[in-house]
Design a protein around this ligand. Structure first.
Ligand SMILES: [Zn+2]
Length: 118
């Protein structure tokens, strides 16, 4: 599957006759959604940082607002985990190779990418 095929699949979107093309379009949508969610999380972190600044610098009581933001972040992160599992970007069961940092199946004793013993 080349990059041109992927571009074509994305361009054709839902009307794609081929199921494979549909899957790729879907994955692209999920990745797009993930990027949007990541933006939301970043924004929330920023808000949280400002609130915390108020709390520390001025002794403002921001506890309840901070908790609300943390809850929101947690729920977005949970959604993101589900989406990530769906596109297979992050295998649910895996460990990181200490040498190359790639995700390796939990059962392997050697990294399939660089051959390092794990
Ligand atoms: Zn490795």
């Amino acid at each position: 599957m080349g990059f041109d095929d992927i571009k074509k699949a994305v361009g054709e979107g839902a009307s794609a006759a081929c199921k494979m093309a549909g899957d790729i379009a879907n994955k692209t949508k999920i990745k797009f959604a993930l990027a949007n969610l990541q933006d939301d999380v970043d924004e929330l972190y920023e808000k949280l940082g400002k609130l915390h600044y108020e709390a520390v610098a001025f002794g403002a009581d921001t506890g309840a607002r901070e908790s609300a933001i943390i809850n929101k972040i947690d729920s977005i992160m949970a959604d993101m985990e589900i989406l990530k599992a769906e596109v297979g970007t992050f295998p649910k069961r895996g460990k990181l190779c200490p040498r190359c940092g790639k995700t390796v199946p939990k059962s392997s004793s050697f990294c399939p990418f660089c051959g390092k013993e794990i």
